[in-house]
Design a protein around this ligand. Sequence first.
Ligand code: UDP
Length: 247
Amino acid sequence: MSDRPKRILLKISGQSFCRPGETGIHMEEITSICDQIKRVVDQGGVQLAIVCGGGNILRGKEFAAVSASIKTPTAHYMGMLATVINGLALQDALENAGVQTRLQTAIQMEKVAEPFIRRRCIRHLEKGRVVILAAGTGSPFVTTDTAAALRAREIEADVLLKATKVDGIYSEDPEKNPHAVRYSEISYQDFLRQNLKVMDAQAIHHCMEHNIPIVVFNYKKLGNIERAAAGERVGTRVLPAAEITKA
Ligand code: UDP
């Protein structure tokens, strides 16, 4: 993995848009992420695209499971629309902080956002705009992790940064097993073999096929988004087996 990535795909889950343990949107949570993103942008030399999740509002699979009258694809489309709500909130919060942005969606809604057009997205990035990508892939049955991996591939990002509330990838859920081991690096293959849950398997497969490094880190630790964006060692890196350093 290159030391200092030039083009970054940052995945922010829906959880980051609300208070811990709650649902919905809380602007103070978004503002604190925006402050970190602004510092990344202000440092210069980096292009940043952001895929936002929607789990703070609705996850298709969970909603369909408890709603007899809702068809599963409908619930997934609702989940995708939730990511647009988050995208709009993130856009205004970033612009309010002085960061130039564009919002692009995988489901067309011309009143509020541009459609996702790969070349246009790249052009915005080259001009220094942060591009927020919402509505996932535009197709049901997958998550925004998969959307992030696919977009990372499409825009030729050097790295996929997954901002989470844990310090990285553990051998088991550290909240359930205090002896769980945190990895500083893990290969895609080992991640899949151990059936780890931090990121969905489809996303890992896409990154593995195209050698896109993934960094899973805790964005709640101040400065971590900047450190990850600068290529410093934070959280866990998921890499091709040949690049594991055993450091
Ligand atoms: N979703 C979808 N297709 C996509 C991306 C997302 O159908 O390409 C739906 C899916 O139902 C998902 C929901 O949108 O549960 C919200 O996304 P996700 O669960 O990935 O959000 P996060 O967990 O990152 O907050």
